[in-house]
Design a protein around this ligand. Structure first.
Ligand code: PGA
Length: 647
């Protein structure tokens, strides 16, 4: 990168103004975390060793319009002195007579730290007169404040009109070349992580990044402005009302360019910044009187999954930054790539990855019990050596296909093809008109019968509807509820889905709850938010025992009938998410026993790869279930997969 750097400056005998970012967290009158101080040491050492007199300047915190003893750089001077093993005197101010005199007196190889630049409001106003006064303190300028370099403040921008040559410090140089490499010739997919409090600080950056990256992960306070732009209520969380439109247009740009956007799906909320504890809630559940202060555990999972796709280790490791001392999530805004590598998040990520691997391992060992046959069938899943095993389940959804003339040979073909199979539960869901006929054909076999919908009432004046007891009478054990085609074509809402689940359960049917996002929702990074919303609303009011009797089918709407299935990894991410949410809504045991099926363009040639994912417990097959041989082959593959995965 062709920038003048400190190494190219003739430093000997010169007075150099070094603008650093020494905005370190303080606690009990001392520096609580000296990472930022350490980061600037190489530049200071180089300048001092080459015989420069260093006038060092920084801001600290956000003083309100004047000097504030609590935000003096005194503790910073002290810690810096320890790190450099030499005294670091602190000037009483950053401008004015006394400061100028002190700066003039600094000798070659010595250092003077100026008091907090922001004690003067002119600093943040990029005031030219103030910048001129700063410029008078030295002969040349070095900017090593990477984290503040995007600001048009007097010590960053205006000063360079009065003090030349101006060069980049070593930290700045390192950060710029890392950034340059990533933005100019990135390995793809390229994921950017943004955070910090404000959208307003980073509008240009966001706009620029949307044109470069494959995915944008947005955390920190600024995420709430984006969530508001998407119509979420975010309680008292930090929102910049005048930036909601900006956020909306960034989302729109990202959508148009096909950039994947990941926003928080849950948050840790509390009464205020000073609260000592918080609790995680779904992003749609932030109470009006609380504020989101951190991302929640499911968001960490989701962000981790997005980051796992990035091939550049540095960016990946720069992932997230958890706020020090509190529960504020901050990403990106506060610092550069180099430092991020050491962030605590890395350790958490490793821990989580370990846990996830354990879980995958556990889930791969699923097997056993079948779909309940009786009206009061017990929970699926049982403990096996301390682990819960889940029997794969394959359901054929015939949709509006199957006159009796078509349904009979299809059902017989499946029955004959599956004479000797085990290790998989199989259900066929023909249209209502074919239920009785198919029921007769599969009677006495292990193949179950299911319906594609039901009403929630047991009886009544509901012309054209079918009640759960009618299905039970025909031998149905299963009923699909909330299929996206019904949601879309019949306007079926989450509330209706909830009622139907309750109605089905009341008559001993196993509801297969279908959830899934549209292509648009996935593009906007709303996959998890959508699925979570559907699940929460559909399961509202159900007790743990009721949830234990369900099957969930994740069916991304964009994959249904399109021939484009979700990749096993995409599906597994959502399945894991569903399980996590059910664990929260019901219990861990219920979540472990829950079968989560994948649906959407499942065929004989992709079922192996999908079911190889430990989180995918079977398939809801549409189009491919209309061919007896094809469906039989899907079931057999699932059976073989299960046998291989077994003990
Ligand atoms: P598909 O349908 O397999 O034809 O994509 C799946 C479903 O609608 O359940």
């Amino acid at each position: 990168m062709s920038k003048l750097t400190i190494e190219q400056l003739p430093l000997a005998g010169k007075r150099v103004f070094v603008r650093a970012d020494l905005n370190a967290p303080l606690g009990g009158g001392t520096v609580a975390d000296d990472t930022r101080l350490r980061a600037v040491i190489p530049t200071l050492r180089l300048a001092l060793d080459r015989g420069a007199a260093v006038v060092l300047a920084s801001h600290l915190g956000r003083p309100k319009g004047g000097p504030d003893p609590k935000l003096s750089l005194e503790p910073v001077a002290e810690r810096l002195g320890e790190l450099l093993a030499r005294p670091v005197p602190l000037a009483p101010d950053c401008v004015g007579e006394a400061t100028r005199a002190q700066a003039q007196a600094v000798k070659a190889g010595e250092l003077l730290l100026l008091e907090n630049l922001r004690f003067h409001p002119e600093e943040e106003k990029n005031d030219d007169g103030f910048a001129r006064q700063l410029a008078e303190l030295a002969d040349c300028y070095v900017n090593d404040a990477f984290a503040a370099a995007h600001r048009a403040h007097a010590s960053i921008e205006a000063i360079t009109h009065h003090l030349q040559p101006a060069a980049a410090g070593l930290l700045m140089q390192q950060e710029l070349s890392a950034l340059g490499r990533i933005l100019e010739a990135p390995e793809r997919p390229l994921v950017a992580v943004l955070g910090g409090a404000k959208v307003s600080d980073k509008v240009t950056l966001v706009e620029h990044l949307v044109g470069k990256v494959d995915a944008l992960v947005i955390g920190g306070g600024m995420a709430f402005t984006f969530l508001r732009a998407l119509g979420h209520a975010v309680g008292r969380s930090l929102v910049e009302p005048d930036r909601i439109e900006t956020a909306r247009s960034a989302l729109e740009q990202a959508r148009r360019r096909g950039v994947q956007l990941a926003l928080p799906v849950d948050a840790v909320v509390a009464d205020g910044l000073d609260s000592s504890s918080g609790r995680a809630v779904g992003i749609r559940q932030i109470p009006d009187d609380q504020m989101g202060l951190d991302i929640g555990p499911r968001t960490i999972e989701q962000f981790t999954a997005v980051l796992a796709k990035a091939t550049d280790g540095r960016l990946r490791e720069a992932a997230l930054r958890r706020g020090h001392g509190g529960h504020r999530a901050r990403g990106g805004g506060g610092g550069g790539l180099q430092r991020h590598r050491r962030w605590r998040y890395d350790r958490r990520r490793q821990r989580r990855r370990g846990q996830r691997q354990d879980r995958l391992h556990l889930d791969r060992r699923r097997r056993l019990p079948r779909i309940p046959r009786g009206t009061n069938a017990p929970r699926r899943g049982r403990s096996h050596g301390g682990r819960v095993m889940r029997t794969p389940l394959v359901i054929g959804n015939w949709k509006m296909f199957g006159t009796l003339a078509e349904a009979r040979p299809l059902a017989s073909g499946v029955r004959d093809g599956l004479k000797r199979f085990k290790g998989v539960d199989v259900v066929m869901c023909p249209p209502f008109t074919a239920l009785a006929a198919v029921g007769e054909i599969v009677q006495g076999t292990a193949i179950g019968l299911g319906a594609q919908n039901c009403h929630w009432e047991a009886s009544g004046a509901h012309t054209g509807e079918i009640a759960p007891p009618m299905l039970v009478e025909l031998g149905c054990r299963v009923v699909l509820i909330g299929h996206s085609e019904r949601r879309r074509e019949m306007g079926e809402t989450d509330e209706l889905v909830n009622k139907k689940i309750v109605g089905a359960l009341a008559h001993g049917l196993v509801p297969v709850l279908c959830v899934g996002e549209t292509a648009e929702e996935r593009r906007q990074g709303l996959t998890f938010t959508t699925v979570e919303g559907q699940l929460r609303a559909s399961l509202a009011g159900l007790d743990t025992a009721a949830v234990a009797r369900l099957v969930v089918a994740y069916e991304p709407v964009w994959a249904i009938g399109t021939g484009v299935n979700a990749t096993p990894q995409q599906a597994a991410e959502v399945h894991g998410y569903v399980r996590g949410l059910v664990s929260e809504l019901a219990s861990k045991e219920v979540a472990q026993g829950l079968r989560v099926l994948y649906g959407g363009s499942v065929k004989a040639d992709n079922v192996d790869a999908l079911l190889a994912e430990g989180e995918i417990d079977g398939a809801l097959v549409g189009g491919a279930s209309l061919n007896a041989q094809g469906f039989v082959s899907i079931v057999k593959k699932a059976a073989r997969g299960a046998a291989t995965r077994g003990e």
